[in-house]
Design a protein around this ligand. Structure first.
Ligand SMILES: [Zn+2]
Length: 194
């Protein structure tokens, strides 16, 4: 039954917005790590279409002064969860999206090769909406059923010092409690030892 929800790595429950920013995963490599991010464009402003535009290379770089800092950036994430819980998908989970950058998980570099990126609309350090947790937890459970996910981490955990999202406003306790995944699936950080 779960299989019908997926088509070539696309989840039917998500609004499909195809990004050109992706490539093939290395031969034989399957997604097994989930990376949680936060993003808002401009930072702290919610509800517009700038995130979609960024991931689809359609952002007007002159539309806001902040965009000068990211002009020409070509990035993507597999999923985005809006503030109201709406789920968008930009890249097939069978493909490699461009969200993690220089990164490492349990001694393995280039996390984009073997991960699925999920962006929560929000501001680093700020909190997230109940509707976002609802969608995120649904998505995590679907991903676990469809693929053999072995880990979940924040961008801050796989690129420490360089990245800080989703930040302290993200409620990992809520995620840990809802998923019932083994301790080894989470980062080697004392805050997960509960
Ligand atoms: Zn990030």
């Amino acid at each position: 039954m779960g299989e019908r929800l997926w088509h070539d790595g696309w989840l039917r429950l998500a609004r499909r917005c195809e990004s050109p920013n992706f490539g093939a995963r290395p031969a034989g490599v399957l997604p097994e790590l989930i990376v949680i991010h936060s993003i808002s464009l401009p930072p702290g402003e919610y509800g517009g279409d700038a995130i979609e535009r960024l991931f689809m290379n359609r952002l007007d770089w002159d539309a806001h002064p902040y965009y000068a800092q990211i002009r020409g950036l070509e990035v993507s994430s597999h999923f985005v969860v809006r503030r109201d819980g709406e789920l968008l998908q930009f890249v097939s989970c069978d493909q490699r999206a461009w969200h993690a950058g220089a990164s490492q998980w349990r001694g393995r570099g280039n996390c984009n090769d073997f991960s699925i990126g999920i962006e929560l609309e929000g501001l680093e350090g700020s909190t997230f909406e109940d509707a976002q947790y609802d969608t995120l937890l649904m998505l995590l459970k679907r991903l676990m059923r469809r693929y053999r996910m072995t880990g979940i981490a924040g961008h801050e955990h796989i690129a420490p010092g360089r990245k800080h999202d989703p930040g302290p406003g993200f409620d990992w306790t809520r995620v840990v409690a809802a998923l019932h995944w083994p301790r080894r699936c989470f980062p080697e950080d004392p805050m997960f030892d509960r």
